[in-house]
Each structure stands twice: as C-alpha cells, then as structure tokens.
Design a binder for this molecule. Structure first.
Ligand SMILES: CC(C)(COP(=O)(O)OP(=O)(O)OC[C@H]1O[C@@H](n2cnc3c(N)ncnc32)[C@H](O)[C@@H]1OP(=O)(O)O)[C@@H](O)C(=O)NCCC(=O)NCCS
Length: 284
C-alpha cells in the first residue's frame, strides 16, 4: 500500500489565562494510505506524540511560576490521557460506522477484494451470502461446508445475528472479517476468543468462502488477515475445525502454518453417514 506521509494534526488549546497547549498528533506512516485515510486507528491513537509548549504572554514571579509549572505538569498528564482516550474513542466510533478496513487485494484472477469488519448496513448482503451457503448444502451432497447453514434465514434473524456480532466485536470477544467483491459478500470469517479468563488468549477460527469464489486466493488472504488481527489483539494460539475430508481446507490451513492436532470420529451426521471432524491449530 503506497504511503505518502503521515498526516499531522495540530491543536492549540488554552489551558490557563497565560498558558497555551500545543498538541501535535502524528500517525505511524505505515497506517496511513496515500489519500490520507487512516487504516488502523487504534494503532494511530496509541502512537500519538505530543509536543507541548508553554506560551507566556507576561513575566511570572519565580515562586508563582514554580507552582504553576507543577500544576501545569499534573494538568498536562491528565489532559493528554483524556485527549488520547477521546481520540481513540472517536476513531473507534468511526470504525464502527464504516467497518475497519483490514486489507485490499487482487485475486489470482485479477478481481479486487476488500477485507473489512462488518457494519450495520451489511444485513441484506450477509443474508444473501448465508442463504447462498444454505442452498449449497441442500443441493450438493458432497459439500465441504462444515456444521450450520441448515435452514434459510429471514432478514429479521440476520439483523439480530449481526447486531449481536457487532456487540461482540466491540467488546473484543470476536474478530470478524468480511470479503467483499463488486459490492457482494463472498467470504465471512471470525475468530471467537475463549470465554474464560484462562482461555481468553485462545481463539476458534471459522471461515467460509462462497462456493463460486473458492480457490482463487480469498481464503488465503482472509486467514492471513484474521491471524494478524488475532496477534495484534494479544491472542496466543488458535484452532480451526472442519470436515476431515476437506482437502482444500487442510491445504489452506497448512500453508498458513496450522498443524493437524486432532480428529473427532463421526462428529457430523449427514446424509445417513457419520463424518470425521479434523482440528488444526497454530501458535501466533
Ligand atoms: C477452505 C476455504 C476457506 C479456503 O479458501 P479458498 O479461498 O477456497 O482458498 P484459496 O484459494 O485462498 O487457497 C488457499 C490454499 O488452499 C489450497 N487450495 C485451494 N484450492 C484448492 C483445491 N481445489 N484443492 C486443493 N487445495 C486447494 C491451496 O493450497 C491454496 O494455496 P495456494 O493458492 O497458495 O496454492 C474455502 O475453500 C471454503 O470456504 N471452503 C468451504 C468451507 C470450509 O471448508 N471451511 C473451512 C472450515 S473453517
């Protein structure tokens, strides 16, 4: 991604009658695109740099100066903490509205794909995606899809599901990524953190690419983006489970550094047959 330069934001804030605070916020250049769009706001916020200057319009008595300097120091610490929190909050609210952008790439066949967090306006697109997978499972007896996708969803069900998902994403319990191509959702992946204090650094990954879009590099990029985000959020290991007969998934996860760690014989009962589930895992 081309990077021109970091945008720089200067704020001058009057503190006391004679004091002005100059705050300079500098983004990490690798998080800024050439058009100035900030890619990772939380990183940006945690890398704020402050340049503080004291602007005295009149001479101060030495003693009064020392007292003010002490007050000013305490004030500035509190102020900077508050400013950073406020800016981070603003950035995160912005992300929630737009859905954080993870990555843009071109598939093996030259089509542009956007990997991003979901947002509220995705309900209808997600409904089409999910019901497409339900249809695949109904039509194709040899479908590689894992569990779920059993019955057609309504818009209301999808909306409720998405609202819950966005809450979990906000609370950092789930890392969620969608792949969008030509305005259509073609892939959906997530990592769900362990629910206990002891397992919160472990995540369970699940990923599904629309049947028509498999095998052209989208899964590979989504696994990479999800793994990178999991690492960024402090997870230490992840696992994924799918049908043991799913060669495509085995290969995709092996290439992403996962190893086979277990098998659950006959976990899935489908079409009068018991199918094994395979578990693969990797550390981050
Ligand atoms: C498994 C899945 C996520 C992989 O995503 P994908 O977009 O199809 O995979 P990619 O095109 O990115 O390929 C990734 C790797 O998978 C392997 N792969 C892709 N197509 C393959 C095929 N037809 N046969 C065997 N291996 C294949 C290759 O090793 C490939 O790496 P390479 O391109 O560097 O050679 C996707 O096929 C899928 O959603 N399948 C159905 C649901 C599922 O199985 N989910 C897994 C449970 S989480």
């Amino acid at each position: 991604m081309a990077v021109a330069r970091s945008p720089c934001q200067n704020l001058t804030i009057p503190v006391f009658r004679n004091l002005h605070l100059l705050v300079r916020c500098v983004g990490k250049s690798k998080n800024i695109r050439s058009d100035g769009t900030i890619i990772d706001y939380s990183l940006h916020a945690s890398n704020l740099e402050y340049e503080l200057s004291l602007n005295k319009s009149q001479e101060m008595q030495a003693e009064r100066g020392r007292r003010l300097a002490a007050e000013r120091g305490a004030f500035m610490t509190t102020f900077c903490d508050r400013l950073e929190k406020e800016m981070k909050g603003t950035f995160e609210r912005g992300q929630e509205m737009r859905g954080k952008l993870f990555e843009e790439f071109v598939t093996d066949s030259g089509r542009k794909v956007i990997l991003r967090q979901p947002h509220k306006r995705d309900t209808e697109k997600l409904l089409v995606f999910m019901n497409g997978l339900v249809n695949e499972k109904r039509r194709a007896k040899d479908s590689q899809l894992h569990t779920g996708f059993e019955s057609t969803l309504t818009l209301k069900q999808e909306r409720a599901w998405l609202e819950d998902l966005l809450t979990e994403v906000r609370n950092r319990k789930i890392i969620s990524a969608l792949a969008e191509m030509d305005g259509k959702i073609v892939g959906n992946g997530e990592i769900v953190r362990g629910e206990y204090e002891e397992t919160r650094r472990h995540g369970r990954l699940a990923l599904t690419i629309l049947g028509t879009h498999r095998g052209c590099g989208i899964g590979r990029e989504m696994i990479r983006a999800l793994v990178a985000e999991a690492r960024r959020q402090g997870l230490k290991n992840i696992h994924v489970e799918f049908l043991a007969r799913n060669k495509q998934a085995v290969s995709a996860y092996e290439k992403a550094g996962f190893k086979k760690v277990g098998r659950i014989p006959g976990k899935v009962y489908r079409d009068h047959r018991f199918l094994d589930a395979l578990i693969m895992a990797r550390t981050l």
